[in-house]
Design a protein. Structure first.
Length: 251
């Protein structure tokens, strides 16, 4: 690996570790009765304490340090005084910006006991992301990633959101390539060693269609069915990939 690629991997891994560390902190306090604002505060403070910056804060006018997307919210939910209750599921999405590089990750959290259906949705979403990550290496088509995710979740009876996708990341928060979570094998551009991007499938229990609320950010399922998402930032190598946003405690 070239010196340039090595540095970009190392810097992204530092930022990614801070982002995943913030989610580890969330896992310690998630329970019925806490507000999504409390989650935002924990993420902000953890990232700040590690001399990094919360990239979502003020990004294109976004008002908070993380996204908290509960139940039928697909993504970009804005933290508020909303109280989480028993049986809720919530995605927390954080991006740390450290020494000029971004690390972006999200994770699903269960609030108390959740339904068997919700558990199945969360598991299928996580599995689809990890199956896609497992096929990544130099020369793989972007369509192979989308096909792997789509095939798995549809076999479980769920649908893939098509309005949002993974993205290139590094010194810029969002850049090429767009990484779709649906598609056909052998289609799309080939990925190459040194590329860094996110894989972040959003999977719905019902129909794949979404709509964005009047706040301009919050995306929800049109049919109000539950939605789940996981996200890792990865770097492509010749024979595989490196995950930069692994939890310090699990996955």
């Amino acid at each position: 690996m070239s010196k340039k690629f090595k540095e970009s991997f190392e810097k992204t891994k530092i930022a990614g570790s801070i982002a995943s560390g913030a989610l580890d902190e969330v896992s310690k306090i998630i329970k019925p009765g806490i507000s999504t604002d409390q989650i935002d505060k924990i993420c902000y403070e953890f990232i700040n304490d590690h001399k990094a910056y919360s990239a979502p804060l003020f990004y294109r006018g976004f008002p908070k340090s993380c996204c908290t997307s509960a139940n039928h919210v697909v993504c970009h939910g804005i933290p508020s005084d909303k109280i989480l209750k028993e049986g809720d599921i919530v995605n927390v999405d954080v991006t740390a910006f450290k020494e000029g590089w971004h690390g972006d990750t999200s994770r699903m959290f269960k609030v108390g006991e959740i339904s068997i259906k919700a558990e199945k949705l969360i598991n299928a979403t996580y599995e689809s992301m990890m199956k896609a990550i497992s096929i990544i290496k130099d020369g793989v088509h972007l369509g192979d990633i989308g096909s792997t995710i789509q095939t798995h979740v549809e076999s479980q009876g769920f649908s893939v959101v098509q309005d949002f996708c993974g993205h290139g990341i590094g010194q810029t928060f969002h850049k090429e390539p767009n990484v779709l979570h649906y598609g056909e094998k052998g289609t799309g551009d080939k990925i190459s060693s040194g590329m860094i991007f996110t894989i972040e499938p959003m999977i719905n229990m019902g129909n794949y269609q979404t709509k964005t609320l009047n706040d301009g950010w919050t995306a929800v399922t049109k049919d109000k069915s539950l939605s789940a998402q996981f996200e890792h930032t990865i770097g492509v190598t010749k024979d595989g990939c490196e995950i930069f946003t692994l939890s310090n405690t699990k996955n």
